[in-house]
Design a protein around this ligand. Structure first.
Ligand SMILES: Nc1ncnc2c1ncn2[C@@H]1O[C@H](COP(=O)(O)OP(=O)(O)OP(=O)(O)O)[C@@H](O)[C@H]1O
Length: 501
């Protein structure tokens, strides 16, 4: 028996190599069902006959190589485009796929003691790709397409998707930079989870497509706030990524794709140009980049050719998609709030009118999917805990201590390096902790003799909390966490991110 189409549905027939683009307004959602043919969203295939829900001001495109028919329910703005740069992106994927296969053969031969020297001029390195481009050039979408194509190539690749754009936060929260192996294509549903969900994101630990990122807390959304710290964290991430894949030939040959912030394409303000170049160099060194993709930016392409082309890196200029939407500051602020809200409270997806609301548990044959998963009601009840000031060790990186100037020795001036971890005392007025988002860190080395001053900078993120109230007379504070776990003895870093429900 075929399902009767819901009210407000419409069918679109897409020609080969065309795409259906949509932009959702606030508080609207869209349902898309593939009726005939094959189609994909940023490289992730749609399953025939399943209805996918999009929400949270999502902007995306359903692309088809051979042509298809889709049924949609309640769009905000939508149109079909016959002109897309997908052929160029697919050609890149094919070249990267050849690099992966050559690399895997070489690694396996090497591990088996059969060392075959590569043919002259033939590289046996896997693709380690850095994507650069100005604001709203489609960098993140291209990164997603490239890892999704690799993940669905049927070769068991797990490409490492690295996000060094702290305003987006990858599959974690903004303020972090992260590296995530991608075992299956990343689904698109909302800008709050553009690069998927991490298993540390509370609502997602129920989802089978949760990702396992390695993340560091930068604590700001703008690269210019503390470029030296960002550079240090990029180098940390690079070392750890290498450690993770070193003994795994399949993972090593899968390669990496690095998504960067738009500030890497053009610096503004004094010193910005120097920091921009240092940060690009940090990425090239840390992630052993061998291919730089420059999206639609002639000057940057020439600059990269001169700087890195001369060192043997492959520099490719790639076209920007006409579908990329100009996202303004207000939109980005709404997405940030949605990301934080979803982390602590989960989210309840309202499907378009005419489709049933999601159930508390996944129904056996739900007619539609949210981010590729059976929809469940992902609302959460986060835990508010009252902890004594001393229970949680809170640090801030590279900013003035809260100690009053009078507490310093006579004649001393306060000099704090950008990377110096400083303890934050919640009892100090103006500690900046009220409504602050804190990253909880992995435990420091239990062996005291192995400890060092800046160890805090090298500890990765395991979760996030928000301080929702501070009780100075009783030296206690209320901390909102997604789970009930005890916070006593934990180490956390505060940055510049604040959140209030
Ligand atoms: N072909 C397309 N059709 C419709 N929307 C698209 C298309 N390509 C990208 N978008 C949307 O355009 C917006 C901007 O794209 P994206 O985030 O990839 O750009 P970016 O260069 O990474 O942005 P940033 O300025 O944050 O660095 C996103 O909402 C994305 O989903």
């Amino acid at each position: 028996m075929t399902e009767a189409p819901a009210a407000n549905t419409r069918e679109w027939v897409l020609n080969p190599e065309s795409e259906y683009r949509f932009e959702l307004e606030q508080r609207t959602s869209l349902a898309i069902k593939l009726i005939q043919g094959h189609a994909e969203i940023f490289g992730a295939e749609l399953v025939d006959g399943k209805t996918y829900i999009f929400y949270g001001e999502c902007k995306a495109a359903v692309f088809t190589w051979q042509g298809c028919t889709i049924q949609i329910c309640q769009p905000s703005t939508d149109y079909i485009s016959e002109e897309t740069p997908m052929a160029a992106y697919a050609n890149l994927h094919i070249a990267f796929e050849q690099m992966r296969i050559r690399s895997l053969v070489q690694i396996k031969n090497y591990d088996n003691g059969r060392i075959t020297p590569p043919q002259q001029g033939e590289s046996t390195e896997p693709p380690r790709v850095l994507i650069l481009g100005p604001e709203n050039s489609g960098k993140t979408s291209i990164a997603k397409i490239l890892v999704n194509y690799a993940a669905r190539a049927g070769q068991e690749w797990t490409p490492m998707l690295i996000n060094v754009s702290p305003s987006e936060g990858g599959c974690m929260l903004p303020g972090t930079i992260s590296a995530t192996p991608i075992p299956a294509p990343i689904q698109t549903s909302t800008p709050a989870h553009t690069l998927g969900n991490s298993a540390t994101t509370a609502p997602a630990h129920m989802a089978s497509n949760s990702l396992l990122p390695l993340a560091y807390w930068y604590g700001h959304t703008e690269t210019k706030r503390n470029p030296l710290l960002l550079e240090r964290l990029i180098r940390n991430l690079g070392e750890n990524v290498w450690d993770r894949v070193a003994d795994d030939p399949q993972a090593r040959a899968s390669g990496t794709v690095v998504d960067t912030p738009s500030s890497f394409a053009a610096g503004s303000g004094s010193g910005a140009e120097h920091h921009r170049q240092s940060l690009i160099k940090a990425c090239v060194d840390a992630f052993r980049i061998n291919v730089i993709l420059v999206v639609g930016h002639e000057k940057l392409h020439v600059e990269m050719q001169r700087t890195y082309g001369a060192r043997g890196l492959t520099i490719v200029k790639i076209p920007k998609s006409g579908g990329v939407v100009e996202l303004d500051a207000l939109f980005r602020a709404r997405v940030l709030r949605a990301q934080l809200h979803a982390y602590f409270y989960g989210e309840r997806v309202e499907p378009p009118r005419g489709l049933p609301a999601p159930l508390a548990t996944a129904p056996p044959a739900a007619g539609y999917l949210v981010a590729g998963e059976q929809p469940t009601d992902f609302t959460l009840a986060p835990a508010s805990q009252v902890v004594a000031f001393g229970d949680l060790q809170i640090w801030r990186i590279g900013e003035e201590t809260m100690a009053p100037q009078s507490a310093l020795p006579i004649g001393a001036t306060r000099v704090v390096s950008e990377m110096q971890p400083l303890p934050v005392d919640p009892a100090q007025a103006g500690s900046g902790l009220y409504n602050a988002v804190l990253a909880l860190l992995a435990p420091p080395n239990p062996d005291e003799s192995e400890r060092y001053d800046e160890e805090i900078l090298d500890l990765h993120v395991v979760g996030f909390v928000v301080i929702t109230s501070i009780d100075l007379p009783n030296k206690k504070m209320t901390v909102l966490a997604p789970t009930q776990g005890s916070l006593v003895g934990r180490t956390a870093i505060v940055g510049a991110l604040e959140w209030q429900e």
